[in-house]
Design a protein around this ligand. Structure first.
Ligand SMILES: [Zn+2]
Length: 186
């Protein structure tokens, strides 16, 4: 699991209909709780986690940016500079550093960032997106009707999973044999 991909895939399609798992601040609190183990610095804000409308808007903006840049990269296009800037702004929102701590009398490194609240967590998600995108490791599923991103574990991978791969192969076969208008999958 990677933070950037987990965030992007809170938007998914089921039977041709877009589903959005981040519609309310409570949705974002639940998502942050779910990915908590992936965060270098846990989000502190009490339980239930205090998430504002502004936090939700920031998370959704970051999600749009990650999805747009990944989709552009997957199709060999230059991403919109506005999306790139939005992603970078999220990284800069919480500077991160390593501090020396003493763990059972031995020196150890602990990650800290400028804020321990939701913007700090979103900055980690954005930093993960920078890592993955710069290494060409995020793919956008090419299957009809699928909107998921996936971790590109081999360079020519095109689909988020086997189900989409099979569906896409069938669709291509169909297109080759019948020059019909493309059908919406679902
Ligand atoms: Zn897919």
């Amino acid at each position: 699991m990677r933070l950037a991909i987990e965030l992007a895939n809170t938007l998914h399609a089921r039977q041709g209909e877009l589903r959005d798992e981040l519609q309310t601040p409570a949705d974002l609190a639940a998502w942050l709780d779910r990915v908590g183990a992936l965060l270098a610095v846990p989000v502190e804000g009490g339980s239930p986690l205090a998430v504002s409308r502004g936090d939700l808007a920031a998370a959704r903006d970051l999600r749009d940016a990650v999805r747009a840049v990944a989709a552009a990269a997957s199709t060999g296009q230059a991403p919109d500079p506005e999306h790139v800037e939005r992603l970078n702004a999220a990284v800069r929102a919480a500077p991160r550093w390593q501090e020396l701590v003493i763990d059972e009398m031995a020196p150890a490194a602990a990650t800290r960032h400028g804020t321990t609240a939701v913007p700090g967590a979103l900055a980690e998600v954005a930093a993960d997106a920078v890592d993955l995108l710069s290494a060409g490791r995020i793919g956008a599923c090419a299957a009809p009707g699928c909107v998921l991103l996936f971790l590109r574990d081999r360079p020519n991978r095109e689909w988020c999973g086997n189900a989409c791969g099979n569906r896409a192969r069938v669709a291509r076969h169909h297109d080759r044999h019948k020059q019909a208008t493309p059908q919406q999958g679902g």
